[in-house]
Ligand binder design. Structure first.
Ligand code: ADP
Length: 331
């Protein structure tokens, strides 16, 4: 029987790995969360116990996985990482739980996507520190209780409301990570560009920060494209005009909107006369899943006031309309 390989779910390209902060002090921003984490980690170390279970809540790309890796690093233990949708059978989850070393960390990304039966197994593992396994079928079958070593569960989610209340209550610390401020983004970009061996002008750093929507992953992605551009020549300096050229090439506009963001606005405007339109209908027309639209794209468009959510569906705002008209006019 083939067991799933839990250790590293997606093999990270070396560059992404190099960009990840390796300690709390290297991790920029989210000061209150770092303070709480340092306290939790140090207390657990002193008591020689496993760190309490932690739930990271926040949009994609703001550092949830990075913090989980840092915690395992600080605790000097093994970390097993997996994304909830890839756990299909209860056997997979049981193998994951029983295979962890003492004080080890289990990281479950998108934890809100666990099926109810898997959620229940996980809940009982956290509640009693053991799991029940049914061995054999029919009258001869037995329920075996398996004691688990003390371990730390770290969950990451964009949608905490979809977790069952009992499971949510088992986390000792629920940390909500926010989008980063402009100043923090500037610091993150300065750090990342150095690691990538680039030399962006201050205006360029400012421009990348402005267009990264407060999300480090987006900033890093832009910097990697700038690196592609610069790697083709000897001069590693890059000024604002060139930075803007790269941004235009990869389709990120003045407001940090990408192709799909603009397609959402355009669809609202042209196909639905500005809205309101329901999420499912909108997603179907865009050929995307409602989940992707709702958790990845909408939050930013709502935040900058380009769309609004009403009881009857999504509508484009005058601000969103003006942006999309200007964009296509300039093209
Ligand atoms: P999430 O798990 O929330 O989707 P990640 O932890 O994978 O996000 O972070 C995405 C990338 O952004 C990482 O590769 C990391 O390099 C970078 N990053 C995230 N948060 C920070 C931060 N506070 N400081 C520096 N880099 C960060």
């Amino acid at each position: 029987k083939k067991f799933p390989n839990f250790s590293i779910v997606q093999r990270e390209p070396a560059l992404d790995n190099a960009l990840r902060p390796k300690s709390l002090s290297e991790f920029i921003g989210q000061e209150k969360i770092k303070e709480r984490l340092a306290l939790i980690i140090n207390a657990a170390k002193k008591r020689e116990e496993a760190i309490d279970h932690i739930l990271f809540v926040g949009p994609p790309g703001v550092g949830k996985t990075t913090l989980a890796l840092i915690i395992a690093e600080e605790q000097n233990t093994q970390i097993k990482m997996i994304s909830a949708p890839s756990i299909q059978k209860s056997g997979d989850l049981i193998a994951l739980l029983t295979g962890i070393e003492e004080k080890g960390v289990i990281f479950i990304d998108e934890i809100h996507r666990l099926s109810p039966s898997l959620e229940e197994i996980l809940y009982s593992a956290l509640e009693d520190g053991s799991i029940s396994i049914v061995a054999g079928k029919g009258p001869g079958g037995k329920v075996l209780s398996l004691k688990l070593p003390p371990f730390t569960l770290i969950g990451a989610t964009t949608r905490p409301a979809l977790l069952s209340t009992p499971l949510r209550d088992r986390f000792g610390f629920i940390a909500t990570l926010d989008f980063y401020t402009h100043e923090e983004m500037v610091k993150i970009i300065e750090r990342s560009q150095k690691i990538l061996g680039l030399n962006l002008s201050y205006e360029s750093i400012y421009e990348v920060a402005k267009r990264s929507r407060g999300v480090p992953r987006i900033a890093n992605r832009i910097l990697k494209r700038i690196k592609d551009y610069v790697d083709l020549r000897d001069n590693k300096n890059i000024d604002l005009t060139e930075t803007k050229k790269v941004l235009e090439l990869i389709g990120i506009d003045e407001n940090g909107l990408d192709e799909l963001d603009r397609k959402i606005l355009f669809t609202l405007k042209d196909k639905f006369s500005g809205g309101p339109v329901g999420l499912k209908t909108l997603a179907a027309v865009l050929n995307e899943s409602p989940e992707t639209i709702e958790s990845i794209y909408e939050p930013y468009l709502l935040r900058i006031g380009f769309i609004q959510r009403t009881s009857r569906g999504r509508v484009i705002t005058p601000l969103g309309l003006a942006h999309i008209m200007r964009y296509y006019h300039d093209q």
